[in-house]
Design a protein around this ligand. Structure first.
Ligand SMILES: Nc1ncnc2c1ncn2[C@@H]1O[C@H](COP(=O)(O)OP(=O)(O)OP(=O)(O)O)[C@@H](O)[C@H]1O
Length: 358
């Protein structure tokens, strides 16, 4: 497992730099040698399953949790031992954490104490406009929908014009439709403001939709840190391959003739195969070709077992005739389905679609 990643030096091209962070709760390691560099204006998602340490990392950056070891730089400043209020960030929590007894105006203006009253009023007005809630100044949180409360929480976090925005599962309390709409809104707002943003989520679609880069976390470590496309197309560990998107796995051995032997199937891999190599092959469902028109490599007879319609796509589970009992999944367009009645298909695993894991 990859527990520490190469990081950039603290420089103007790095807004957040985490160097070798470690955090334990008793004997339990919640963060294990975590390193991460975020460029100015980037939106980075911390993605991973429940309990992998995403929130702990965000809370350490915020100064709400104290790391055992390691360093945190924000804008080139070592803030590792500074209190939260000296770190220059805005934060939105899963529950929004609005003050129920304060109206929208007072909630948004809460972090602006010390400024003249008319400046606060102007800033609150600007923030309400920014999040599309002009006219709601006098409402109380209890009179707002979940999506509106989330916007108020965002406006409150942005009001003091912080250099960094931290978001802890900000959409998780919203239903799917509101959630997708707000994801797009939040991303467009973040890009307009150019504010460096770190967002915790366990929802891969949300991360894919919004992030410039995704840090995939597992058991307190960052396993891969890359663009959404790169994470999806070139997962570096089996965990990342399984956690992000769907996939098929086949155990193989080198057969001595430069091919991978999978049971009775002989497959050509793009990078060749050493004689005594062994491991697992990984293949995305949409990379599999069903009944290809042209002569694809690694083409074998198979039997269709089940077809699930997904709207514009179909998920087909099948078995190669030469690998009975091993079900694989392909995703194809409905027009590629064979004519009704036949279960006999030919399936190709193009060499470029097969990724090798030890
Ligand atoms: N204050 C604490 N005391 C003891 N253990 C804790 C504490 N905070 C977190 N942990 C443990 O550290 C691990 C990481 O927790 P964390 O909240 O960072 O996970 P997460 O990835 O954000 O998960 P989720 O998506 O469920 O919020 C978990 O096993 C959790 O039980």
């Amino acid at each position: 497992m990859l527990c520490s990643l190469p990081t950039a030096e603290a420089s103007p091209s790095v807004q957040v730099r985490i160097a070798d962070l470690q955090k334990s709760f008793g004997a339990f390691k919640a963060l294990d040698h975590v390193s991460l560099a975020v460029s100015p204006g980037e939106l980075v998602c911390l993605l991973g399953p429940s309990g992998c340490g995403k929130t702990t990392l965000l809370r350490c950056i915020a100064g709400l949790e104290r790391q055992n070891r390691g360093t945190i730089y924000l804008g080139g400043r070592d803030v590792s031992n500074l209190p939260p209020q000296a770190r220059d960030y805005g934060i939105v929590f899963q529950s929004y954490a609005l003050f129920p007894n304060l109206n929208v105006e007072q909630n948004i203006g809460y972090g602006l104490t010390g400024s003249a009253r008319d400046i606060v009023r102007q800033r609150v007005g600007d923030m309400l406009e920014l999040v599309g809630l002009t006219g709601s100044e006098k409402k109380y949180p209890g009179q707002l929908s979940g999506g509106q409360q989330q916007r108020v929480a965002l406006a409150r976090a942005l009001a003091p014009a912080p250099s960094l925005l931290l978001l802890d599962e900000p959409m998780s309390a919203l239903d799917a439709q509101v959630r997708e709409h707000l994801c797009m809104e939040l991303r467009s707002l973040q890009q307009r403001l150019g504010i460096t943003t770190l967002m915790v989520t366990h929802n891969q679609e949300e991360a894919m939709l919004m992030a410039d880069r995704i840090a995939v976390m597992n058991q307190g470590c960052i396993e891969q840190y890359a663009s959404p496309q790169s994470i999806y197309e070139h997962p570096q560990t089996p965990f990342v391959a399984n956690f992000v998107g769907q996939g098929n796995w086949l155990s193989f051995e080198g057969n001595g003739s430069g091919h991978a032997q999978v049971g009775a199937l002989q497959l050509r891999l793009a990078g060749g195969v050493a004689p005594r190599a062994a491991g697992r092959l990984f293949c995305r469902p949409e990379a599999i070709c069903v009944n290809p028109l042209q002569g694809e490599e690694n083409l074998f007879a198979a039997q269709m077992r089940e077809v699930t319609f997904l709207g514009n796509r179909c998920r087909v589970s099948f078995e190669f005739d030469a690998l009975p009992g091993q079900s694989l999944t392909a995703e194809i367009s409905a027009s590629q389905l064979p004519s009704s009645g036949t279960r006999n298909i030919r399936v190709a695993l193009p060499p470029s679609s097969l990724q090798v894991f030890a």
